[in-house]
Ligand binder design. Structure first.
Ligand code: NAI
Length: 248
């Protein structure tokens, strides 16, 4: 028996990166996986194949997490296809960095919509199902910059701080219905998102990390698995930083 045997998990934005690592780790612990991404292209199809090889049920759904109606539809479809929804990981996210002085309204709106409104959309659609089941674990992917801020990322930091406030509020509203909600705040994790950064920025980051390395998507997936499973059955409303000790 795996830690998540018999459970169904939704992971948003999981065709690649941290979401994919979480979906794979959950599957290796026995969970059935419904994952979403903007499109299910070659990346998404590979993710589906790798998860299926672990012997669980899996399906990738093309859906824009920032869109309320799209999300309602996809969650209803997942409920029909899988029967239950036990775990929700709000992972889809983007960056559109810039200093406040130079940030456009479009940069602000896009990041808030994809990183924060998406989580509202999925929580809104999934919690009635979890309430009927009287159990559920919700994990919001935040970031250390949502706790500490970051010059040049006011839109992203605000969206990630919002993910923390959202998780804590849901933990308070729905704890009595058996639903837990927590946030993970990764530091510098090596994925396509951070590949865009210059070597200079990466070296500066590494200097600030006591463990002297960037994190892997698997480092984050291990914590997500703990929060999704009954191993954390008395933990709700928390933020766990996965950052090699960068911010204490
Ligand atoms: P990534 O860019 O490699 O993957 C993000 C995935 O989300 C992509 O597959 C993308 O297509 C999907 N996506 C984007 N917009 C979407 C939408 N509207 N609807 C559905 N899917 C959408 O990024 P990575 O690094 O794997 O990040 C995953 C999460 O972790 C994000 O929320 C990110 O903000 C967060 N994070 C990442 C850190 C890092 O250092 N890589 C650090 C802290 C947080």
């Amino acid at each position: 028996m795996g830690l998540l045997t018999g459970k169904t998990a939704i992971v948003t934005g999981a065709a690649r990166g941290i979401g994919k690592a979480i979906a794979l780790k959950f599957a290796s612990e026995g969970a059935n996986i419904a994952f979403t991404d903007l499109v299910i292209d070659e990346n998404g199809q590979n993710t589906e194949k790798e998860i299926a090889a672990l012997g669980v049920k899996v399906k990738g759904y093309a859906s824009n997490a920032a869109n309320f109606e799209d999300t309602e539809k996809v969650v209803n479809q997942i409920k029909e296809d899988f029967g239950s929804i036990d775990i929700l990981v709000n992972n889809a996210g983007i960056t559109k960095d810039g200093l406040m002085m130079r940030m456009s309204e479009a940069q602000w709106d896009a990041v808030i919509a994809v990183n924060l409104k998406s989580a509202f959309n999925f929580i809104h659609a999934c919690t009635p199902i979890m309430m009927r089941q009287k159990s559920g674990s919700i994990i919001n992917m935040a970031s250390v910059v949502g706790v500490h801020g970051n010059a040049g990322q006011c839109n992203y930091s605000a969206s990630k701080a919002g993910m923390i406030g959202l998780a804590k509020s849901i933990a308070q509203e729905l704890g009595s219905r058996g639903i837990r909600a927590n946030a993970i705040a990764p530091g510098f994790i090596i994925t396509d998102m951070t590949a865009k950064l210059s070597d200079e920025v990466k070296t500066e980051w590494a200097k600030k990390i006591p463990l002297r390395r960037g994190g892997t998507p698997e480092d984050v997936a291990d914590v997500a698995t703990f929060l999704a499973s009954d191993m954390s059955s008395y933990i709700s409303g928390q933020v766990i930083q996965v950052d090699g000790g960068m911010n204490m």
